[in-house]
Design a protein around this ligand. Structure first.
Ligand code: HEC
Length: 94
């Protein structure tokens, strides 16, 4: 029982480390620093505030934010934790 718990803790912390670069998969569309309009549809996300980026990510997850392509973004942000969303905002937002 104890071993299972410890293994779980190790896995959990590995996941936290991996998510430090949660933005990596976003760069293809949004640019390495968020400087591109993804598919010519999105805002330039580096011009958004950190709070707006977090709100957009959570909104896509909840289905309450976005334009015609919000379904695409819902798939992209699925599984991101609040900490991931904040880390992305800290990296990209202003
Ligand atoms: C396949 C291309 C693609 C990828 C990969 C992608 N996005 Fe997007 N993103 C878009 C598009 C297109 C929109 C505009 C969607 C809409 O209609 O609301 C968008 C919108 C956004 C917005 C809101 C900007 C606005 O116009 O309101 C944020 C913030 C964002 N993306 C962050 C991310 C993050 C963080 C990731 C990685 C986890 C990511 N995106 C991955 C294409 C992409």
């Amino acid at each position: 029982m104890k071993k299972v718990l410890i293994a779980g803790l190790i896995l959990a912390s590995a996941a936290t480390i991996a998510s430090a670069d949660a933005y990596a998969k976003c760069a293809g569309c949004h640019g390495a620093a968020g400087e591109k309009s993804a598919l010519n549809k999105s805002k330039i996300i580096k011009d958004m505030s950190k709070a707006d980026i977090v709100a957009a990510i959570k909104g896509y997850q909840a289905g309450t934010y976005g334009g015609p392509m919000k379904g695409l973004m819902a798939g992209q942000v699925k599984g991101l934790s609040d900490a991931d969303a904040q880390a992305i905002a800290n990296k990209i937002g202003k």
